[in-house]
Ligand binder design. Sequence first.
Ligand code: MLT
Length: 384
Amino acid sequence: MSETIFSVTQEHLETGLRGYPVGYCTTSFVDPQKGLFYIDEPISKLVDLDPLDVVHMLYSGKRASKEDLDAFKADIQKRAHLEKETLKTISTLPKNGHPMKIFVCALITCGMLEGTDNYQEDCLNLIAKIPLIVAASISHHAGWKLNPSDPEKGYIENFTDMLSVPDSSKEDLLRAFKTFNKLHYDHGGGNLSAFVGKSVASGLEDLYGSAAASMCALEGPRHGKANQDCLEFTQEILEKLGEEASVDDVANLLREKLSKKELIYGFGHAVLRVEDPRASIFYESAQKHYSNNPLIKMALLLREAGPKVLKENPKISNPYPNVDAISGALLSAAGFNYPQYYTVLFGMSRVVGISIQILYERNIARGGKGVPIYRPKYFFKGKA
Ligand code: MLT
């Protein structure tokens, strides 16, 4: 007999399923006090690994031997190509919308032209192709030359070289892109984009279509676009207060904003009750490499001032910085000052975890039968 692990009361309704258990996740979990774990290891222990070593761990559920990793990397390299027609179609998409829209269309196009209708194959193919899809989408939107792909250079090395980012240092870009990529692969089973991807796949939509749906979910400002909004918020505070601002100046401006009911970006999280360990990793890198950068200095002042001010309101359950509070400032300091692409970079990484989560729900869950079509119950209420 199944154990009752949660009983639903009226308070659980119309709260975005907050904390309501709906399934199992085999890749990662988020502990409110300790933050993100990939499989059974805290993210802080994995951040120095090669990106594909981390991807393999999420895919296989364990740390692998060198032979297994070499074989996995060779397989991913072999799969990392895009058909000419896919690239051609991406190059005809309209440029005057948010780049996430181009990215979503690119995913659908790739699925239409290169999908295999096999979740396992598509999962590995999409992991391999995603840096190419994103490089093509960003280059098209930015009007940058798209350099040829050479997957043998490495997963993120190839991505970085495909982009022609003006006036940038390859070393800085590569370090920032690698860290960003590894920190965003997965965040438990219940974040909106993962949940949407799995829901859509439960109707047996293919992996590319399900991933595209999940990326629409990611695009919203309450989810993935928060990293763009946070950078713009940090820039706004810097412009208002200048480079000589103190923690108290920042705290007073935040109080003023709160009194005017304006939004404060970069703090709080649905699950976490401490500073997001992904943010802590970014803060450390920012302090190490860019401590004199004005945006980084402001992001660090916000790290101090934000919790101080938000704790003044006892109703706020998590006054601490989340990953978005610093990820954009770090990318900008590293020479990628293009906030309009930050959510696309988030998507390039998150597609990995979501694809692996979908693979579990389609092919492995319930002894291989898979999770049935999502069909939760809504109470009829009539006209409110
Ligand atoms: C994420 O990484 O997906 C965000 O922190 C949002 C979440 O976990 O709900």
